[in-house]
Design a protein around this ligand. Sequence first.
Ligand code: 4H7
Length: 254
Amino acid sequence: MKIDVLTLFPEMFTPVTEESMLGRAVDKGILDIGLTDIRDYSRDKHNKADDYPFGGGGGMVMMPDPLFGALQSVDAKAKKVIYMSPRGKILDEEKIRELAQMNSFVIICGHYEGVDQRVLDYWDAEEISIGDYVLTGGELPAMVLIDSVARLIPGVLGNEDSALNESVYSGLLEYPQYTQPREYEGLEVPEVLLSGNHQKIALWKLEQSLRLTKERRPELYEEFISHRNDKNEDGTKRFSKAERAVIDKVAEEA
Ligand code: 4H7
């Protein structure tokens, strides 16, 4: 997958794209992150890339010409163009999965008051937000988007079933995790996890996920409950008798 990032601050991306899991995916050739410095496409004698907004209002707006040049240089007419912006639709797992299927896309990172609207109109940019809060630029949102998409590309995660694992009880929050030592400062690991009884352990994890989701994210829990009788795609039952019993028990709890 090739992801082109257009930014005034390409250096912000180096720690993220060179260290960590993402860096390994780049080294393996699974992922290619192209960084384009928008300022390189300024044709102004001072490499200017922003100017005052027409109509006033304060701040600076990124000018269309450097952005058009940068977009041209990455062949953006043939690609999906994304603009990280608090005005966009909020990023969710559905959008991340959609992007993970693409061969390439382009991300525009806005700074200051954002980019001239004609850039978004001409290049048919899709605006995406990472959440309802304000940041100084689109660079951190772009890194969040890249990380979330990259981890769904086969071969990016070291542990091949890590991304799959989550889909087992998807729609629920994750159960608590424990590791060595079995006792730390008088705090014990739940007995069942040491039991070696894999069926019991799976049911405990389901119960924990259900309880946490019911408590913290009632809207996710209701969504899960409303689909508890759905069948799998092949017509088989989604849950065993034992799983059904756990789901019903948590549902009855106050
Ligand atoms: C594009 C347009 C994304 C980029 C406007 C970007 C939050 C997010 C930015 C702006 C971002 C997100 C203009 C928004 C100046 C803030 C005071 C950069 N912030 N700005 N405003 N949630 N900021 O994804």
